[in-house]
Design a protein around this ligand. Structure first.
Ligand SMILES: C[S@@+](CC[C@H](N)C(=O)[O-])C[C@H]1O[C@@H](n2cnc3c(N)ncnc32)[C@H](O)[C@@H]1O
Length: 241
């Protein structure tokens, strides 16, 4: 089994922005998300993007006036972020997101961890310790935003095969194998090479976290809920300190 870092390096980084509908679409969708939730700098303007990937959130946040530090394990994705960030000065750091405090220069106004990044951590204990660090790193009234897929409900039999995306050059299918606390995510990517198809495959684990469990942990730490909803299996939670 691959670690999250190996999995992104071997299969996902090359197709990541394609898989989510293209770079421009990813930026536009997230800019709309932040505008809809009235996210704009009102304090120190320091924002930390945990698991920033190719910058789908970091770039819109910089456009909105935040000073963004983007942390990710995968250098290929951080390079894509840099190439596409235009005049915005986004600081990119290749490291485990759990170490984010080392890169903070003062408390942050906004910390985000979006699109399943949270599920890549090794255990619920790690998630709890990340939440504690986030609470103590935020300024008063600072916000924490997370989005992730609720994998707590088990799919069965053929429903575990997910057609992720395809076009004339790439066919991406995912197979989910459920375990009590985690899901083994098998990604199978066929790429056209002249007249034949080449298969690139790898699997890694994601945590099964429910919205209820997350809400409970955040409440226990003293966060106040601004929004917590689940739509088409995707949980969006916004809390403030
Ligand atoms: C699903 S992607 C989300 C990327 C971006 N937030 C977005 O919405 O497009 C998850 C990202 O988390 C990164 N990642 C996973 N585990 C990590 C860790 N422990 N520390 C830092 N980055 C991590 C991966 O490299 C990947 O870029």
């Amino acid at each position: 089994m691959a670690t999250a870092q190996e999995h992104y390096e071997q299969v996902l980084a090359d197709v990541y922005s394609w898989m989510l509908g293209g770079f421009d679409y990813g930026i536009h969708k997230n800019l709309e998300f932040f505008q809809k939730h009235e996210i704009s700098p009102m304090g120190s303007s320091r924002a930390i993007d945990l698991g920033a990937g190719c910058g789908f959130q970091s770039i819109p946040l910089a456009q909105l006036g935040f000073s963004v530090t983007a942390i990710d394990l995968e250098q290929k994705l951080l390079n894509e972020l840099k190439e596409n960030s235009g005049k915005s000065t986004i600081v990119t750091i290749q490291d485990d997101l759990i170490n984010f405090e080392q890169y903070l220069q003062g408390k942050a106004e906004l910390i985000i961890c979006m699109t399943d990044t949270l599920l890549h951590l090794e255990s619920k204990d790690k998630v709890c310790s990340l939440f504690k660090k986030i609470f103590s790193s935020l300024e008063d009234r600072g916000k924490f935003i997370m989005t992730f897929r609720d994998l707590s409900q088990e799919l069965s039999e053929l429903d575990r095969f997910i057609p992720v995306k395809s076009d004339e050059h790439i066919i991406f299918t995912c197979f989910l194998e459920y375990e009590p606390n985690t899901v083994k995510v098998h990604d199978l990517i066929y790429k056209k090479d002249h007249n034949s198809w080449k298969l690139n495959k790898s699997f890694y684990k994601k945590l099964r976290l429910s919205k209820q469990w997350i809400d409970h942990q955040l409440e226990d730490l003293g966060f106040s809920k601004l929004e917590s909803n689940i739509e088409h299996g995707l949980v969006t939670t916004i809390v403030t300190k």
